[in-house]
Design a protein around this ligand. Structure first.
Ligand code: BES
Ligand code: ZN
Ligand code: ZN
Length: 499
């Protein structure tokens, strides 16, 4: 819980009082906005402990004699000396959250450094994101109640702003909280094991968030998929005992505005199918639904913020990919929604098959002005970009720039890869229109070339999040292990800034 407070920081009696300081460009102690705390910082600086370096922390236990602080602890967090940006505050929020959890602090009071040369509104928003994302824990399956092992929980965070209008501060707080919570909700979905987070769970969640939100929700069931000839989702689902679902959520302004279509891969467990994956690390393939999680949790925020200038439709094709006597086989030929035929060379390249149906159906049904899809689509993107950047492919420069900018604002970097006829040729089939793998080389690009076949002329961006959805580059507000909630904030920013 994060609140605004106008109580004097010196009167706070809770667990940690937090100040942020910059690293001076010349020699000298970092400067703090509170004179009494400045003495403490000067002292620590003389000992050699407080430089104000980025993400540096100094934990002080004030004695009685030091009457400027009533809190149990005082935490000084460095912001470094580089030019301030949104990500620095997100990280700073994460640093605070991690420190608080480490000492099992429950009540925090944060003095927002309004004196710094950066928008107080944005720093408040990003601090909130960092605090919420940084305090994320997924403990529900651990039954231990041992006191020592019991994880701490931050119960109340107060943010102190003295120079910013409360309306501005409140707005920033709300945005930050919404984005942070959405990221954590996406992490929760991904952390759930494959036996719990099934296609049905996606459908149930979508229905649940529809209540009172103004969103329209429709679950396209297997029988309807058959009527609509969605051979991709049905084909991938053939070996699974869980029914497939195509989740459809609509946010409508009621005005004549552009429509943005979001599509997320909701593969709730990817064993590879008959082209079975190696067993080492296969458990991670419960995360193969992170694209779907990002899309649905972003929709939740969009529905509550109610943007006026864009309609947003979300589609999440959800199924498992398992081997069975009924499973789809290498060499099988299927027809995607709309009729295009696909030779399935490798059943592990299943994401593109389920996305193709959703994309083609989305284009036909909603005639969108732009499409963004997110998918843990290829291991190849990790070879190319590692675990630091999301791969972006597009048929439209303007939309690509827009999405990259949203990613920058959200602290989710993306790198565009090329897409041209040389790559498109790689997926031509001898027996069908196209095949589902592109042979040697450029696996991420040929996967995108496959998807491109189903968007027609619609401006489209594909985000390959296989390298960033988990095992992500370490950040104070991202768990060392487990899902990141990648894409959620980029989507929210994209819609907030839609022009
Ligand atoms: N879900 C995987 C992609 C993946 C791999 C995500 C590693 C995260 C980490 C996808 O369905 C897949 O298996 N892709 C294959 C495609 C190949 C058969 C052309 C891959 O990348 O190996
Ligand atoms: Zn696969
Ligand atoms: Zn997959």
């Amino acid at each position: 819980m994060i609140f605004l407070s106008n109580k004097n920081p010196s009167q706070f009696t809770g667990d940690i009082l937090i100040y942020f300081v910059r690293e001076p460009t010349k020699r000298g102690a970092p400067v703090c906005s509170d004179v009494l705390i400045q003495e403490r910082i000067n002292h620590a600086y003389q000992v050699g402990d407080c430089r104000g370096k980025n993400e540096e922390t100094l934990l002080i236990y004030p004695e009685r004699v030091f009457d400027g602080v009533k809190a149990k602890r005082l935490l000084i967090v460095g912001l470094g000396k580089d030019e301030l940006n949104r990500e620095m505050f997100r990280r700073a929020g994460g640093v605070v959250a991690q420190k608080a959890l480490a000492v099992k602090a429950e009540k925090l009071f944060i003095v927002v450094p309004e004196e710094l040369n950066f928008s107080a509104e944005e720093m408040t928003e990003c601090l909130c994101e960092g605090l919420i994302l940084g305090s994320y824990q997924f403990k529900k399956y651990q039954t231990k109640t041992n006191e020592d092992e019991k994880k701490a929980e931050i119960k109340k965070i107060s943010l102190y702003l003295s120079q910013t209008s409360s309306a501005t501060a409140r707005k920033a707080l709300k945005r930050g909280i919404a984005a942070g919570n959405a990221g954590n909700a996406a992490r929760d979905m991904a952390n759930e094991p494959g036996n719990v987070w099934t296609p049905q769970a996606f459908a149930d969640y979508a229905k649940k968030i529809t209540t009172g939100s103004g969103l329209r929700c429709k679950i396209i069931e297997k029988a309807e998929m058959k009527r609509m000839k969605m051979g991709g989702i049905l084909g991938v689902n053939q070996g699974s005992a869980q029914a497939p679902k195509l989740v459809q959520l609509e946010y409508r302004t009621g005005k004549k505005v552009p429509t943005l279509l979001l599509v997320g891969k909701g593969l709730t467990f990817d064993s590879g199918g008959l082209s079975l994956k190696p067993s080492a690390g296969m458990e991670d393939m419960k995360y193969d639904m992170c694209g779907g999680a990002a899309v649905i949790t972003a929709m939740e925020v969009i529905a509550s913020e109610k943007p006026k200038n864009v309609d947003v439709v979300a589609l999440v094709p959800a199924t498992e990919n398992l081997p069975a006597s009924s499973a789809i086989k290498p060499g099988d030929i299927i027809n995607q929604y709309g009729g295009k035929s696909v030779e399935v060379i490798n059943t592990d390249a299943e994401g593109r098959l389920i996305l193709a149906d959703a994309l083609a159906y989305g284009v036909k049904k909603f005639n969108p002005d732009a499409i963004v899809d997110l998918a843990t689509l290829t291991g190849a993107v990790i070879v190319g970009l590692g675990n630091h950047m999301t791969g972006l492919l597009s048929n439209n420069d303007e939309l690509a720039e827009k999405v990259i900018d949203s990613g920058k604002k959200a602290g989710e970097p993306m790198w565009r890869l090329p897409l041209n006829d040389d790559y498109r040729k790689q997926i031509k089939s001898e027996v069908a229109d196209i095949k589902n793998i592109g042979g040697k080389g450029a696996g991420t690009i040929t996967a995108a070339a496959f998807l491109e076949e189903f968007v027609g002329e619609t401006p489209w961006v594909h985000l390959d999040i296989a390298g960033t959805a988990w095992n992500y580059t370490e950040k104070p507000y991202i768990p060392k292990k487990g899902p990141v909630g990648i894409g959620v904030r980029s989507l929210i920013e994209l819609v907030r800034d839609w022009k």
